[in-house]
Design a protein around this ligand. Sequence first.
Ligand code: NAI
Ligand code: MG
Length: 351
Amino acid sequence: AQNDSGRIVLLPGDGIGPEVAAEAVQCLRLLSDAYDLGLVFEEHDFGGAAIDAHGVPLPETTLAACRGADAILLGAVGGPKWDDSAERPEAGLLKLRAALGLFANLRPARVMHGLEELSPLKSHIARGADILVVRELTGGLYFGEKVIRDDAASDLCHYSRTEIERIAHVAFCAARERRCRVTSVDKANVLATSKLWRKIVIEVSSAYPDVALDHLYVDAAAMALVTRPTQFDVILTENLFGDILSDEMSVIGGSIGLLGSSSTGDRGPALFEPIHGSAPDIAGLDRANPGGAIASAAMMLQSLGFAAQAEMLDRALERTIGEGCRTADLGGGIGCSAFGSRVREILRSDL
Ligand code: NAI
Ligand code: MG
């Protein structure tokens, strides 16, 4: 092999997770074999599957394997089966992010050329939209102190200078690879954490004079995403706002099933996963769109240094949809595995 830096831990998870992950892995294997990339896969239990097998969503063996990997590819976790279990599958995901220090979540979404019809927005509004949401992933309300009493409850929103600085650097660096524009989203008219956020983002921006910076309140940003989506390049925001805005943004291109994401930190491997969940309503029916998992695999190739193969995979995915091969979420009748096969056919013809 060209190198030995391709040890990939595969966490198929629950519901449609294993179905979509399998299609992505087959694409990766094809490229690895054709270009001698030296990717090796090691599968581990995670989420509900791990609760069934080991009693916990993130077993020690899985965590240890993740720590030693070069990258992690995840399907999705969760499902009604585990709603009443002591620890839910999703808790495993929060633990894994925290254990690996994965503080930056990157979600790219765009309206593909000629496929504006797939967008729920009017074509002239959707056309050309191409957005990257950079979401802070290990701070804010999700990780602050929680108090639950019978008659009252509270969640503490906390952000430190260090936490804001490092995610801001990720956003500005990402903007340099794109159209050099960052929109920082906060609620600085109301929240103390947002006031600090805005101040520090402005400070960090001085190191990136070539990147344009503007600020939007989160309510205005929610509106602008569906009225003027093309005004955005990189959206930089905190954990909760990022969770909500990235779901809103995810449908602009046509379906949540199409989008991939990466979560990176300052230590250890990055994690790549489609942004959708385990979709229990269609699990096991070969109806899932594996596009988000395949897009995640492409992001993984890019981060491992295989930029050419990453681009090939992205292009094959786009061509598959472009030629009308569509799963049910995009109004078509193609199954998950047939879609994946078509992507690989196109890849092969491109080798
Ligand atoms: P979901 O994303 O699983 O499903 C929402 C809707 O989108 C469903 O109608 C589903 O059929 C559809 N959908 C999602 N992915 C699709 C795909 N690839 N192809 C076609 N259609 C697709 O979100 P939901 O229903 O809120 O959550 C289901 C479970 O997944 C819950 O247990 C939730 O906690 C978990 N979840 C896990 C995530 C993860 O593993 N990162 C992220 C989000 C939710
Ligand atoms: Mg979400």
